[in-house]
Design a protein. Structure first.
Length: 86
């Protein structure tokens, strides 16, 4: 389950990475200056937050995969020890 969670989180990370520059789309056709400025402000904030979130998601995904690998290794060693192989 941890491997699957890790893979899924890394897919989410890729989606976040691919979501660049989508929040500011259409700003050039908005005639109202204040609305256009607000859209640009939102897009700039979103890009910064998206990058932070993508980094955290990637780290969490990798941590889940690493934990799964460690748990599997420990389980294999315990099984081998119980069977008298170590």
């Amino acid at each position: 389950m941890l491997h699957d969670a890790g893979r899924s989180l890394l897919v989410v990370h890729q989606e976040f990475e691919g979501a660049r520059d989508v929040a500011d789309v259409g700003g050039d056709v908005i005639a109202h200056d204040r609305l256009r400025d607000r859209l640009h402000e939102f897009a700039t904030s979103w890009d910064s937050r998206r990058i932070e979130m993508a980094t955290m998601i990637e780290g969490l995904g990798q941590a889940a995969k690493d934990a799964a690998t460690t748990y599997e290794r420990i389980e294999s060693e315990l099984v081998a020890a119980m069977a008298g192989e170590k």
